[in-house]
Structures are given as C-alpha cells and as structure tokens.
Design a protein around this ligand. Sequence first.
Ligand SMILES: NC(=O)c1ccc[n+]([C@@H]2O[C@H](COP(=O)([O-])OP(=O)(O)OC[C@H]3O[C@@H](n4cnc5c(N)ncnc54)[C@H](OP(=O)(O)O)[C@@H]3O)[C@@H](O)[C@H]2O)c1
Length: 282
Amino acid sequence: MSHPAVGSRQMRCGQRDDSTISDSTISDEHEGQHMQIAVAGGTGLLGRLVVAAAADAGHTTVVLSRSTGTDLMTGSGLTAALQGSAAVIDVSNISTLSAKKSINFFATTTGNLLEAGRQAGVAHHIAVSIVGVDRVDYGYYLGKRRQEELLLAGDRPATVLRATQFHEFAQQLLDRFPGPVALVPAMLSQPIAAREVAQALVALVGDAPGGLVPELAGPEELEMTDMVRRVLRSQGSRRRVLKLRLPGAVGRQMATGGLLPTGPGPRGTQTFQDWLATSGMP
Ligand SMILES: NC(=O)c1ccc[n+]([C@@H]2O[C@H](COP(=O)([O-])OP(=O)(O)OC[C@H]3O[C@@H](n4cnc5c(N)ncnc54)[C@H](OP(=O)(O)O)[C@@H]3O)[C@@H](O)[C@H]2O)c1
C-alpha cells in the first residue's frame, strides 16, 4: 500500500491522498503565500531544518530560543517577538526523563506561546509531537501529552503533527549517554529523517488549522539498537551497545510497537541507510 508522501497538503484526519508529491511541488504550492513564521526552538536539531525548509518555501522566519534572546519559560518579550508572524511552529524541547520536568516545560512554554500568540494575532499554532505519546506513559512523553492537550483543547487555531523518532535520534541517544558502553532502550520505531519532518511542518503553514493530523512516519520499521550500532559502525567506533528493556508497561510498549503509527498517514521516503550514507556524519 502506498502512502501520501511528506509535504502532501492532504494530511487531515480521515482523508487519504495516495499521490506522491515532490519537494518542488511543496514550494510551488506555497508560491504567493509567503509569510513570516516564528520558529520556537529554531536553533535545535529539528528547528534548524524547519528554518531551512521555511526559507526554501519562500517564508521568512523569526527564531525564538534562549540563545537568540527569548526564554519561552518566562514568556518575557514573547508577544513583541511574535508581532507580524502569521504562524508559530513550535519545535522547542527539554531533554529529560522526568515527567515532572517535562510537564512543567511543555505546559509552561505552550501556555506562554498560546497566550502571546493571541495577543500578537498569530493565526496558526503548529507543534510537533511524537507517535505513541498517547499510549506510552514514559516520563518525557507525559509532557508532550500535556502540550497536545493544551493545543487541542484550547480555543486557539492549532495543528499537532506527531512524528516518529528521527534518524538523528540514534546519535542523540549516544550523545546523552556517553561512555564505553552505550545503553540503548529496546524500542521498535519507524524512523524518519528530521529534514522530512521539517518540510511537513512548513507545509502545514499553508493549511487551515487541523487539530491532530495523521501521524508522520518513516519508510521502514527498525529496532533502535540496530540503528545505534549502524551509526557507530559508520563512525568506525568500537563502542559496545547494550540493549536495555525499560521496566514495566512502558518498556513492554516501547519494545513491542507502542511507538509505531496506528493508521495510514504521510510517510517520509528517505531510508535510514540512505540517510546514513548522505548525512555527512563523521
Ligand atoms: N528527536 C526525535 O527523535 C523526535 C521525534 C519526534 C518528535 N520530536 C520533537 O521534536 C522537537 C524538537 O526536538 P529536537 O531534538 O530538535 O530538540 P533540541 O535539538 O533539543 O532543540 C531544542 C530547542 O529548544 C530551545 N529551547 C529549549 N529551552 C528553551 C526555552 N526555555 N526557551 C526558548 N527556547 C528553548 C533550544 O534553544 P536554546 O537552548 O537556545 O534555548 C533549541 O532550539 C521536540 O518537541 C521533540 O519532542 C523529536
């Protein structure tokens, strides 16, 4: 079965579009609709790619991050920073395993963005979430779940796009847990290149706010330990990988498909192997 490719504008719940739409089509569709977009977390892994994808589509961007002078946790100066932006794409993040810290971060930053957006007249709040956050009670995911709730239950025009783990996630895991042995959770995923997620988020800017839209995933299912081993091999690293099954229901769900998409939806086309070969990783 084929699936709509990343960038398809027909990503609304309940709709199908089996045509493949190329990157150039995405740009064409947005011709004449060039906007200013605020990218919350625009200096991060995904954020930089969102900024690049927005530029490719002819939009201008305003980056909101602490390193560019905006702290989403305090919200100070946020309304002024959002002036003139037609849409916000929120790809900000906190790296934590703690449910409390995650909920505090995503509830506070999302609340501040929504309120400042109201005051600044932002017409569309778009946020990235993660496939499976509604099913798997992993501490970090509880913050993402709260973020989704605030966006979807509020009165602001919003779209939430859940994506699977990025191809880049394997390296993020290695960076987070340094040492001679890499501890990697047993996790079945259908990973996608972050670049394709960025393109899909930017494509949503031209659509009407759609609430929770169909889940975005990559082209194939992979085990996270396999991905990490392939990254290490491509780097000539001799680091060992130890597969770690997280305890309880969370570990079982992660290992057995709780993070896989449950229905049809847009699919990225770049395989992990192709991404590894072309990503320029050391
Ligand atoms: N990694 C994956 O596999 C994956 C999969 C699906 C969805 N996602 C989602 O994708 C999003 C982005 O993830 P990522 O890995 O690209 O994140 P990242 O590289 O950790 O980037 C985080 C961004 O948030 C900004 N930020 C953090 N705290 C801030 C604050 N208080 N105020 C303003 N900006 C702040 C950071 O900039 P400063 O440090 O300068 O503030 C940075 O630009 C997350 O929401 C994540 O849940 C990730």
